[in-house]
Design a protein around this ligand. Structure first.
Ligand code: ATP
Ligand code: MG
Length: 637
């Protein structure tokens, strides 16, 4: 099977060299061998960084659901496609076979068509992590409607903004959702949102928690009766390679969320290729990604990537702490999970708890562990390696973005030796470049700069919905002929990449560029520290100085705060150098986080700079109340 599956480092280098020498023929070979096309492409790639415009597999015709479902039916019809694990441990897991998935997707697609949804229409999906979510996504793709999944933890305001931005015609939701021991009134949130959304014609409602909700006449419809009457065959809409597949809003940690538009063929090829290689997927594996389908990770690595490979993909409705902190590991044991993919924030949260929660379960089925979403600090990496992987499972620290559609820089298990906190090497076809502030590429090793990608790849987002100008300005204006990621990175002596955080997180102190991530790593080594975040604030002499927000572990810490401050600075001094010492340290009970677990640093920067008159959009915060606390206890001088 050509170079679809990379198995050792030498092979990686070989494949990599080939992929950058001639990207077109590299991707063409993969597209030809592994997918189902109704018509072949006329041209593999055409692009223009100025416009900017990127077209992959131009002229090709396909439907992604045929690639994810239909073509597996003959050989894998009875194999589990989606393994659904409910929130409640007393409810049985569901094994949805490829045959059953096919039937459910076709029925759902027919319901959508029947309600007037056509190719190109936008459908907003606001559902908890239940099978209907994956089915709805695929049903849209079946008929060529553009799905826009909004994470079901978002507020009514955030939901309304996203519906309006892309004028969705239809909304699919549920009466409510289970999260741990809580029931969430999703439909109530939807009703509030829809007061301000004129484009929505119908709301399809899944019954999940069996609660009393209000149904607006003519607008809201229970889904199940419609499905019961729908036909289970639905011819796939034949799509153009560059037809939009979905819109997905970025998490908004740096500004208003951007509606990234992904198209069909390139996205499919890249999601499938990276899934197979990064997770070294084999036929009988049971793969589990704990993300929500509301994020890009869920799109590419719960739904499309795994299903395009005929894999079994686990969908978990609940939270890692319910009924207790052993839930993840209980599920791994129960379903004999082979690949486990999660976020550093989840690892840190679990690492704070007793290790008995992990030790209690048999995790010997695990082969590969992954992380995504933010830089993983060293301590969390080792905790994961030792307690979950038992030092036997390669860890893939995968760097990528909503905009990139798929994993860009990551180790390939058994092939790339991992180093904690390093995303390591670019995947085939990905050409990273580090740039300086003047716009020059920084060559060689042991350097750091702004991370760009200097050649198109198949799954790059093609535009921002309704705002191509913002797309151009955000990603293609800083450096000519390149995609600018917004992240900073360093390349070490062997060429491994380490993502140092967003470029805005690099603080220039007395002329020295200091990435905040390594400083946070140093602080987190202090036994009393649970988590920390560093930002810069204006300083008369140094230009910028460093401000640290520190969460202490709940160990009944009795040391006096000033002593703790001294110890923390001593640690930084030892690990990085006195230049990185913090001028101010504020102890706090929490940090402002997005729903995907990222620290919203722009808020911390404003507080540290005493510039709180305009704190900006906090609608995507998980814990807005923390902002007050932080402002009250700010260390002014
Ligand atoms: P917005 O662009 O709206 O501010 P966001 O960047 O948080 O939101 P995502 O696309 O979900 O939205 O996140 C991508 C970002 O997450 C990357 O640019 C990077 O900063 C960070 N990231 C993701 N994976 C890793 C990783 N393995 N190591 C380091 N950073 C990572
Ligand atoms: Mg981003």
């Amino acid at each position: 099977m050509s170079n679809y599956h990379i198995k050792h480092l030498e092979e990686y280098f070989q494949v990599y060299r080939k992929s950058v020498r001639n990207p077109e023929s590299y991707w063409e070979e993969i597209a030809e061998e592994h997918f189902l096309w109704h018509k072949r492409w006329d041209e593999v790639l055409s692009y223009d960084f100025e416009k900017p415009e990127f077209k992959w597999f131009k002229g090709a015709k396909l439907n992604i659901t045929e690639n994810c479902i239909d073509r597996h039916l003959r050989t894998r019809g009875d194999k589990t496609a989606i393994l659904f694990e409910p929130n409640d441990t007393t409810e049985k897991a569901q094994h949805i076979s490829y045959n059953e998935l096919h039937e459910r997707v076709c029925k759902m697609a027919n319901v959508l068509k029947d309600k007037g949804v056509e190719k190109g229409d936008r459908v907003c999906i606001y559902l908890p992590m239940i099978p209907e979510l994956a089915v709805s996504v695929l049903a849209c793709a079946r008929i060529g409607a553009i799905h826009s999944v909004v994470f079901a933890g978002f507020s009514s305001k955030a939901l309304a903004t996203r519906i309006n931005d892309s004028s969705c015609k239809m909304l699919i939701t549920s009466d409510g959702s289970f999260r741990g021991n809580k029931k969430i009134d999703l439909k109530g949130i939807v009703d509030a949102a829809l007061e301000n959304c004129e484009s929505i014609e119908n709301v399809l409602v899944v019954k999940r928690i069996e609660t009393n909700i209000s149904m607006q006449n003519g607008r809201d419809i229970w889904l199940q009766p419609l499905l019961d009457n729908a036909s289970s065959s639905c011819e796939p809409e034949i799509m153009d390679a560059e037809d939009p597949l979905f819109i997905l809003y970025t998490s908004g940690s740096t500004g208003t969320p951007k509606g990234m538009v992904h198209t069909t063929a390139g996205y499919m090829v890249y999601a499938a290729f990276t899934f197979k290689n990064v997770f070294q997927y084999r036929e009988d594996d049971v793969y589990w990604c704990t993300a929500d389908i509301g994020w890009i990770t869920g799109h590419s690595y719960i739904v499309y990537g795994p299903l395009a490979n005929g894999a079994t993909t686990v969908m978990f409705e609940g939270v890692p702490s319910y009924p207790d902190y052993g839930r993840f590991w209980e599920i791994v044991e129960k379903h004999k999970v082979t690949q486990f993919y999660t976020a550093p924030t989840a690892i840190r949260a679990l690492a704070k708890e007793k290790t008995e929660y992990v030790e209690k379960y048999d995790l010997s089925s695990l082969k590969i562990l992954g992380t995504v979403g933010e830089p993983i600090n060293e301590e969390a990496w080792h905790w994961y390696d030792e307690n979950v992987g038992k030092k036997k499972c390669p860890i893939v620290d995968t760097w990528w973005q909503t905009e990139t559609g798929g994993i860009m820089i990551s180790p390939i298990p058994y092939s790339t030796p991992a180093i904690p906190t390093f995303a390591t090497l670019p995947l085939p076809g990905i050409q990273p470049a580090l740039m300086d502030e003047e716009g020059k590429e920084i060559k060689g090793n042991q350097v750091d700069g702004r991370l760009c990608i200097k050649f198109p790849w198949p799954s790059m987002a093609r535009t921002i919905w309704n705002n191509h100008q913002r797309y151009k300005e955000t990603y293609f204006s800083a450096y000519k002929g390149m995609y600018f990621t917004g992240d900073g990175a360093l390349r070490d002596s062997v060429g491994y990449y380490r993502i140092t955080g967003r470029v805005d997180d690099v603080v220039i102190v007395s002329g020295h560029n200091l990435g905040t991530a390594p400083i946070e790593d140093a602080i987190n080594e202090h036994p009393a520290v649970a988590e920390s975040a560093i930002v810069g604030y204006p300083h008369e002499i140094k230009g910028s100085a460093l401000y640290g927000y520190v969460i202490l572990k709940e160990t009944g810490e009795t040391r006096n705060q000033d002593n703790l401050r001294k110890e923390i600075n001593q640690l930084i001094s030892d690990r990085i150098g006195p230049i990185a010492k913090l001028d101010k340290i504020q102890f706090t009970s929490g940090l402002p986080k997005t729903r995907s677990g990222k620290i919203m640093r722009r808020i911390l920067r404003k507080i540290a700079s005493n510039d709180t008159s305009n704190i900006g959009d906090t609608s995507t915060l998980l814990n807005p109340e923390i902002v007050e606390e932080l402002m009250e206890n700010v260390i002014s001088s």
